[in-house]
Design a protein. Sequence first.
Length: 378
Amino acid sequence: MSFDTPGAGANNDHRPTITHRRNAQRDFEGNTMNEPVYAPSLPEIRVDAKEEIPVLDLGPYLAGEPGALDRLAEELRHALENVGFYFVMNHGIDQALIDGTFAAARRFFDELPLERKMARRFNQHNVGYEPIGGSVTRHSKINENNKPNQVESYFIKRDLPAEHPDVVAGVRFRAQNQWPEDLPGFREQCVAYAAAVERLGKSLVPVYARSLGLPADYFDKAFEEPMFTLRLSHYPQRPPQQEEDVFGIAPHTDTGFMTFLPFNEVAGLSIRLPTGRWVDVPGLPGSYLINSGDMLRRWTNDRFLSTPHRVINRSGRERYAIPFFMDCDIRWRMECLPTCLEPGQTPKYPPITYTEYMSWYRAQNYAAPPTDEASPAA
Ligand SMILES: O=C(O)CCC(=O)C(=O)O
Ligand SMILES: [Fe+2]
């Protein structure tokens, strides 16, 4: 691990330091991971990223205005080819639903004693509670960080009934949620919020198709019943003497197709722009910040970015977040899109399903994998 000290040599211009991994490893895509990787220089570079993160107005498109779909698709293409993150305004999600979900996160983390949270421990289906230090960003090509992330999280997926065929068959990532007892209204709040963001996500799928030069309905079948994860997170305040390579969440890319982050009144998220510069994400009240992840990057043959980001809670307050991750149907094979291949070119990646990708990812990133694959982790 090497972080430059402030003002050290070539880092004065805020360019990231290039470091080399010591041990060659192969990642899931068959690349060796001892290529140059970027480590962020600390302390924070304070830059207002509003200039660099595009702001898209969904109003005209959601109102069905003629021509709005293709105009929005062009803005989306620009955002995902060049930045990997964009804000949306006029997204149609009720602010009270967002506020209620932040409040539910606060209740879960603050009202429940650790034993009760641990009784719902994160399992092999990626649902449940992960305590502070429970995850390590091991798969990252961006940073050699292997210190546990200073965040506690509670993960929820689609609320499947016990009699759902996938639940009955024990299909991985299609299990029932692990709801806490005695937290009235918590489940209803999370389910209502997830449904609203899923609706928004599905309404954006045709825009993604058009942004890639595909017919608007190209992804419709792939997103009939999208996979999603609502993550409630709590980042404790960073102690003043904390070592610089300990993060709330270490530099990483997201796994999925799209991630939705509603405006957070407590700052802490930074992204690494393609120039290599880390910038703090500005707060844009009323917005969602949306980013693309690794599965979309693969599906587009690297045409769309999966931009690294990290969280450090230097706010002096407790920080809560409610990211929502959306993906295609669990059984859909994501195969290089026809508009992402030049004539004569072969795809960079083999086709892959959600299950294949997430199984690999899970094996990389959690400190204490379940010992018994048939039952929740202890
Ligand atoms: O807390 C945030 O603002 C972002 C969280 C994040 O990057 C993640 O959960 O993957
Ligand atoms: Fe993330």
